[in-house]
Design a protein around this ligand. Sequence first.
Ligand code: FAD
Ligand code: UDP
Length: 373
Amino acid sequence: MRVCIVGAGFSGAVIARMLAEKDISSLVVDERNHLAGNCHTERDSETGVMVHKYGPHIFHTGIERVWKFINQHGVMMPYVNRVKANVANKIYSLPVNLHTINQFFGEAFSPAEARAFVESKARMDIDEPQTFEEQALRFVGNDLYEAFFKGYTRKQWGCEPSELPASILKRLPLRFNYDDNYFNHPYQGMPRDGYTAIVASILDHPKIEIRLGGRHEDLTEDFAHTFYSGPLDRYFNYDLGRLGYRTLDFVPERAEGDYQGTAVINYPDESVPFTRISEHKHFAPWEADSFDKTIVFREYSRLCGPDDVPYYPIRMVAETQLLEQYEARAAQEKNVTFVGRLGTYQYLDMDVTIDRAMDVAEAYLAAYSPVEA
Ligand code: FAD
Ligand code: UDP
């Protein structure tokens, strides 16, 4: 009997491939009409630019096996994520680095001077920051917090930074040199032909059947096991309530030439309703100059409704309690493994998603007996 894999994103694709290579057949079902889940890329018909339909995705990792795997399924082009911020109509470098500090305070500090200056502004009395706000005040002080983080975070999460965990801000580096690489990982790149081509290559195996435009709920066939990368609460018909998500609206605009000269500019000011503008041709610098036209997405964040695409799990206290109840029920589903960002209700970068999917496939294969199958 074959296995069922719900979702043709990285989670589902990696599991399907690893099982297929050990001769296990699977049906991969996805209700969307395309592969790659939220990492889906497609060429915009008007401009020709490769567009990240569900928001900008930059591949970065420190996990050797993941980098090797992704390179087996596509050509990764060199790419360094360099983000700018527009604060009160002035452009700054992100993540906060020596350039940002010198620009913002109108100084020419050396690294040591900048460190001492920022420490003089930081709330050193906060010993162990628990919230986003405490983390910001402890490490950058009030001025940089108000300019770069407070408004952006209120727009992005729809709540006060004092209500969010410190872990969200810990994702961002603070540097006292001019390194403006947004990430610290040793490997970073962008797929030359887009993420969808990579996922198509992962799924390209005779033991894998792909069914797009089909819902898990409508399947009638029996399966040896199900790997479910859909929303955890949806699997249980939301009968304990809905886990909260933020959703995003991407509002496109097409223009001639170059719109903003870079891939991403963040807008922390609360007088601006969107959080950032992404110009997609700059995610592919090797081909950006070949397009006469350009397409940008303005990104607006809001609470996810029943018919919206879930993006960021909110994970506040109420959600965490509900999550524990769903997790207890999930543990009782012996023939189902819940995987991925929706199945485990966690923000997972692509590399972590792939690494976890590899772990899940390995655990299944270790327990698998071909005689019983
Ligand atoms: P998904 O990609 O969501 O795939 C799940 C699939 O399951 C979907 O296609 C869905 O249609 C399908 N499905 C769900 N329920 C059902 C059902 N009942 N029946 C049939 N099909 C179903 N990561 C990075 O590493 N770098 C980045 O720069 C980055 N940027 C991001 C930007 C944004 C705005 C967001 C929200 C995430 C970003 N990520 C980034 C994270 C990345 O999107 C995830 O790691 C990745 O999408 C997780 O893959 P997945 O397969 O678990 O889930
Ligand atoms: N953030 C911010 N200002 C910025 C960029 C990020 O306040 O210019 C905050 C925001 O709360 C965000 C978090 O830092 O959710 C993590 O940033 P990251 O770039 O990882 O955001 P994501 O990938 O979640 O969009």
